[in-house]
Design a protein around this ligand. Structure first.
Ligand code: PLP
Length: 386
């Protein structure tokens, strides 16, 4: 195996032009555009906080870019997800169906609403929620009464389905949305990783009731920390903006608040970074897709133990994080050990949420594919190359 590990590591080092003592990181931000100029504008005009021209511009630019009817910035993707669940009407004591193969933020956000998750399996081709698994779970466990979907055993309301676009690869959102509609469940997309990724030509994050994006430092474009909600309904977007700004009613001097609100609005300095980054997004994605093609050709020509994960059918993926599937856990761990000690950063996928202490008792459907992927997948360096 060591020969194969070293061939891969050498190829990645060559691809990223890494010098002798240089480490290849998994993903690093690139600031090659108007970042400094826009940040200077914030400081010169003193608009550094959450009221400012870049905040509004970033929302408008992102709505235009994704085709959403409305976009609302947030302090980070986790806050965006929390607000999405609140907006979808998830209440304490509800159940929220999601996938076990996701980053912890998805489940943290669910728990903030005092609802609890149910884990259904993923599709191995998309790494996202499997429509068949969702359908099977509902048919076995749920019923509809007075327009609400409920769990047969507990009688609890199923408040939302949250599907995640893993590593930027679109899940089968058309089918998932159709199933949710059939069962009267609001459909939310955790599109934290999939900005710019399309399913059947349409932006991920715009299929469901609400989509949540992250602009954390490790994502495809960054605002330092930041997130955003995408809406198909402009009224719902306006309500989300209201809740994200302490539910303060518009008035030149009076303080009036009509809800328990959140201080979730993104500051102008972060949005300034976002505006500059968005101008470069299509270039970043083209660059990342070229890297993915290079990887695909390399692993195919190698004809060894590693299979490169390519975008699923009907998808145009941003390839946020490239992934390889190894034959088993032993080879996976061997490769993680070898690559990380030879200057190439690689990572296994997150521990399944169903295995974490906080959600160990949450119901699940067996999660056969999630477990299969969790034992085998490794992320390899994916940042924009020069
Ligand atoms: C990054 C990420 C988030 C959270 O975003 P933050 O901006 O870091 O709060 C949520 N869900 C998924 C799947 C993510 O990858």
């Amino acid at each position: 195996m060591n020969k194969e590990y070293s061939d891969i590591v050498n190829e990645i080092r060559k691809l990223y032009g890494a010098g002798k003592d240089e480490k290849v990181m998994l993903h690093t931000p690139v600031f090659n555009g108007n970042e400094k100029k826009y940040l200077e504008e914030c400081i010169d005009t003193t608009f550094v906080s959450s009221v400012g021209p870049f905040v509004d511009k970033f929302e408008q630019d992102m709505a235009r870019y994704t085709g959403a009817a409305g976009a609302v910035v947030c302090v980070n993707g986790t806050a965006a997800l929390h607000l999405a669940l609140v907006m979808a009407g998830v209440k304490p004591g509800n159940l929220v169906i999601t996938q076990a193969l996701t980053f912890v933020a998805t489940c943290n956000a669910i728990s903030y609403t005092k609802s609890s998750p149910i884990f259904v399996d993923i599709d191995r081709r998309t790494l996202g929620m499997s429509p068949e698994a969702l359908k099977n779970w509902l048919e076995k466990n749920a019923y509809i009464i007075r327009g609400n979907c409920r769990d047969k055993v507990s009688g609890k309301r199923i408040g939302a389905v949250v599907a995640m676009h893993t590593f930027g690869h679109p899940a089968e959102v058309d089918k998932l949305k159709e199933i949710c509609d059939e069962w009267s469940i609001p459909f939310i997309e955790d599109a934290a990783e999939s900005i710019g990724s399309l399913f059947k030509g349409k932006h991920t994050g715009t299929f469901g009731l609400i989509g949540a994006i992250s602009f954390n430092g490790n994502k495809t474009i960054t605002t330092g920390g930041g997130g955003m909600l995408l809406f198909n309904n402009a009224d719902l977007a306006a309500k989300a903006k209201h809740l994200s700004t302490q539910a303060k009613m518009k008035h030149p001097w009076e303080f009036r608040h009509d809800h328990i609100g959140y201080n979730y609005r993104m500051p102008n300095i972060n949005a300034a970074l976002g505006c500059a980054q968005l101008e470069q997004l299509d270039g970043f994605i083209a660059n990342k897709r070229q890297t993915a093609t290079h990887y695909k050709d390399f692993f195919e020509s190698m004809n060894g133990n590693f299979r490169f994960f390519s975008e699923p059918p009907h998808a145009f993926s941003n390839y946020w994080l490239n992934a390889v599937i190894t034959p088993n856990k032993v080879i996976r761990d061997g490769f993680l050990e070898y690559s990380n000690s030879h200057g190439v950063m690689t990572r296994p996928v997150w521990e399944l949420m169903s295995g974490l202490r906080m959600w160990r008792n949450a119901p699940n459907d067996g999660l056969a594919n999630s477990k299969w992927v969790a034992d085998r997948l490794v992320n390899i360096p994916s940042g924009v190359r020069f």
